[in-house]
Ligand binder design. Structure first.
Ligand code: UDP
Length: 245
């Protein structure tokens, strides 16, 4: 029997949801968890992979939550985007403390805090081995950081979009609620959309389908998982245009 083929990834975009950064705390940024994710990132950067990062903001503020309490949705979404900048700065700090060179680029210009998003400049940073952290989502309300991750992955010509979550892949149902839930090894983009598997926004999945960029869903909670999955090992789900027989 032949070994499954694994094409090495040269450039990857890693999306980390804000909730991951909470660790076991109910809100905000857990420094130890950020440090642990930073260690994982250092490992893969040292392995020679060019890495882009998009971090969510759900650990601090979600626009929908503000809107549900009567705020205007756009204002609430801008607050959500600002939350992602705080997370980006926390991650930058943790990475730089362990010797990983980084740049934060924000879709909402914030000249005294970080660089504005400039695609060609971001590409140069990646070529020089720096981790580029894209903050403030797409810069537009009514979007999410999943869509921002898909957009930047396409713009940066990434070989894959890695989505680090608290679950080790995509399941047929919520594995925390349904013991019968089955994890998929591979899925087609259309399966995810048609079965409404809710691993990512439909707009993000569609953008990855149109640009033929695989989405790799894995648990970022265990130390070393990221490097393992990057090598095609460990438990994860790959969403691409090809479904395994
Ligand atoms: N957001 C936005 N536009 C974007 C990205 C994010 O308006 O392009 C806002 C939105 O309010 C969202 C919040 O920022 O709820 C935090 O992002 P998200 O919910 O995607 O974070 P995650 O769930 O990944 O932690």
């Amino acid at each position: 029997m032949s070994e499954p083929q694994h094409r090495p990834y040269r450039r990857v975009l890693l999306k980390v949801s804000g909730e991951v950064l909470m660790g076991d705390t109910p809100y905000g940024i857990d420094t130890k968890t950020v440090e642990s994710v930073a260690e994982d990132i250092r490992e893969i950067v040292q392995s020679g992979v060019e890495l882009c990062l998009v971090i969510g903001g759900g650990n601090i503020f979600r626009g929908m939550a503000g809107a549900a309490k009567g705020m205007e949705r756009s204002s609430a979404d801008y607050m959500g985007m600002l939350a992602t900048v705080m997370n980006a700065l926390a991650m930058q700090d943790a990475l730089e403390r362990i010797g990983v060179s980084t740049r934060v680029q924000s879709a909402i210009p914030m000249a005294t805090v970080c660089e504005p998003y400039i695609r060609r400049r971001a590409q140069r940073h990646l070529e020089k081995g720096r981790v580029v952290i894209f903050a403030a989502g797409t810069g537009n309300p009514f979007f999410t950081t999943d869509t921002a991750a898909a957009l930047r992955a396409a713009e940066m010509q990434c070989d894959a979009l890695f989505k680090g979550t608290s679950v080790d892949g995509i399941y047929s149902a919520d594995p925390k609620k349904d013991p019968e839930a089955k994890r998929y090894d591979t899925l087609d983009y259309m399966d995810v959309l048609a079965k409404d598997l809710r691993v990512m926004d439909a707009s993000a999945v569609a953008l990855m389908r149109d640009n033929n960029i695989p989405i790799v869903v894995f648990s970022i909670k265990g130390r070393g998982n990221l490097l393992n999955v990057l090598k095609g090992q460990g438990t994860h789900t790959v969403v691409s245009g090809v479904r395994a027989a």
